[in-house]
Write a protein that binds this ligand. Structure first.
Ligand SMILES: [Zn+2]
Length: 194
């Protein structure tokens, strides 16, 4: 089986808890998926929030639905520098002791977030068939090779997250990583596991 993968670049965004969504947008508010986006799995919505940090703020942070147990803000290291935050590189959901002391403001209210601001650790979602074909196990560190006109790169430290029966692999990078290789929002690469 080919070791080709899809690469998606995630810009800075917020996952909201139900409690926080109620405060920011009003009780049981129903978010509107972005045009052309199907509301299944995890999906981007049209609504935005303002993120206010010590050094600066981002007036229009995107939101990913559905709501989660805990509010999580994902930014790049460049964003963290601009905001004046020491955001650690973490896997999604691993928020204990992460950066915080930010305000999230929505149309109906605002919250003060004590922690939950991270830089997402780069990772690849791998279907079981792909994983078996290439001998990749849950949590294994693999490499991602990308070829572009001017900035070809091999990324190390890509964490494998195995799920579903599929034969596909989808890498999630942030905008710093994407820009380091001059990647567009969607592109292709190769997974190297050895
Ligand atoms: Zn992901």
């Amino acid at each position: 089986m080919s070791n080709n993968c899809t690469i998606g670049i995630s810009a800075r965004h917020v996952h909201l808890s139900k409690e926080h969504a109620d405060i920011l947008f009003g009780k049981d508010y129903e978010f509107t998926p972005k045009p052309g986006v199907e509301p299944k799995g995890q999906w981007a919505v049209q609504e935005r929030v303002e993120l206010i940090a010590p050094k600066s703020s981002f007036p229009k942070m995107g939101i990913i639905c559905p709501t989660r147990d805990q509010t999580q803000v994902e930014i790049s290291k460049t964003d963290a520098f601009a905001l004046g935050l020491k955001a650690p590189i973490r896997m999604s959901g691993d928020l204990a002791g992460s950066a915080g002391d930010v305000i999230i403001r929505g149309p109906k209210g605002e919250i003060h977030l004590e922690e939950g601001v991270i830089v997402a650790k780069r990772h690849v979602h791998i279907g079981k068939k792909f994983a078996e074909a290439h001998g990749i196990s849950q949590g294994q560190v693999v490499k991602l090779k990308v070829e572009t006109d001017e900035r070809s790169l091999v990324f190390d430290d890509v964490i494998a997250r195995i799920g579903g029966d599929g034969d596909k692999a989808l890498v999630h990078l942030d905008t710093d990583e994407g820009n380091a290789a001059d990647l567009p929002m969607w592109s292709e690469g190769e997974i190297i596991a050895d």
